[in-house]
Design a protein around this ligand. Structure first.
Ligand SMILES: *[C@@H]1O[C@H](CO)[C@@H](O)[C@H](O)[C@H]1NC(C)=O
Ligand SMILES: *[C@@H]1O[C@H](CO)[C@@H](O)[C@H](O)[C@H]1NC(C)=O
Length: 280
């Protein structure tokens, strides 16, 4: 009688399917992992697109390196650029492309059809970060307020609005300095940057912004616009809006940083330090 030899049979008939199962699982795992490795880029793109979708940005941003997380988040700040179609706008937009943080979008509002045709030569108008609009000519004087209000009314997803005129340029750090101010004071609702024209405003010794000593170099939370803080056409529309925001007790800061160069004027003396002043 061959005794013990056959006792192994039940075990092995049981063991065989188990080990087959294990092998199958291993093969599947290896196949799965290699699929993930081979398609890594594609999967990352899908993740990025989903993230953008959550932000309300449905279109894929072409030409941007999708592996940089920053690029999925371009709605931190939207720059509003009112334009008469001056050639200098090329430089303004170039200073946006120069930003060290890619967390921005821009809306250009052209004043009148004819102007846009002039400026539309610029290829950047098709950059997915930039949305151009043209509105009927808003008039000869103080048109910028109307154009800025229109631009803001077209944007629903940005956390901040910032402003730059079509003959001025921004320092490459504008966006990163705005981010910095919001990290230092998470409640801040308006950030006033220093502008160089070429003297720096607001001046170093001022503890409050004043008429004629402050300009369009500021950023506001988008919800302030929704709450009714609009530009009112006037020669002092920048100051008036800031004054209104101040009077309503909104949290404001005058930043130490010079980030806005009027007509491209960079500050003469870069070593001067300015204070950070919290208002309200
Ligand atoms: C998006 O911007 C916010 C600032 O509003 C920042 O806290 C967040 O880390 C950014 N996310 C990405 C993916 O860069
Ligand atoms: C953009 O950056 C380049 C390289 O730093 C600089 O030469 C150029 O002046 C900048 N352009 C604008 C408009 O800021």
């Amino acid at each position: 009688m061959p005794p013990t030899r056959y006792t192994a049979i039940p075990t092995s008939t049981f063991a065989a399917p188990v080990s087959r199962l294990m092998v199958n699982l291993m093969v599947l795992t290896v196949l799965g992992l290699s699929y993930l490795l081979w398609n890594h880029d594609k999967i990352q793109n899908i993740i990025v697109e989903i993230k953008q979708h959550n932000l309300g940005v449905v279109k894929t941003i072409e030409g941007c390196p999708l592996h940089q997380p920053d690029d999925a988040n371009s709605s931190f700040v939207t720059f509003i650029i009112p334009s008469k179609g001056r050639d200098s706008i090329d430089r303004t937009v170039h200073s946006l492309f120069n930003q060290t943080r890619n967390l921005w979008k821009a809306v250009i509002v052209f004043d009148g059809e004819q102007r846009q045709i002039t400026s539309a030569k610029a290829g950047y108008l098709s950059d997915p970060r930039i949305t151009p609009y043209t509105i009927p000519k808003a008039g000869k004087a103080n048109f910028a307020a109307t154009l800025r209000n229109y631009g803001m009314s077209r944007v629903t997803r940005s956390e901040w609005f910032a402003f730059v005129d079509d003959d001025d340029i921004l320092s490459p750090e504008y966006v990163s300095r705005l981010l910095e101010e919001t990290q230092i004071n998470t409640l801040v609702e308006t950030v006033i940057f220093r502008m160089s024209e070429p003297r720096v405003l607001p001046p170093r010794n001022h503890v409050m912004f004043q008429l004629g000593q402050v300009g369009i170099s500021f950023a506001i939370k988008r919800y302030l616009f929704e709450d009714g803080f609009w530009f009112k056409p006037s020669e002092i529309e920048d100051f008036n809006l800031l004054k209104c925001i101040f009077d309503f007790n909104k949290k404001m800061v005058i930043s130490p940083y010079v980030t806005y160069y009027v007509k491209g004027w960079r500050p003469g003396d870069l070593s001067v330090e300015y204070p950070r002043i919290n208002l309200n």
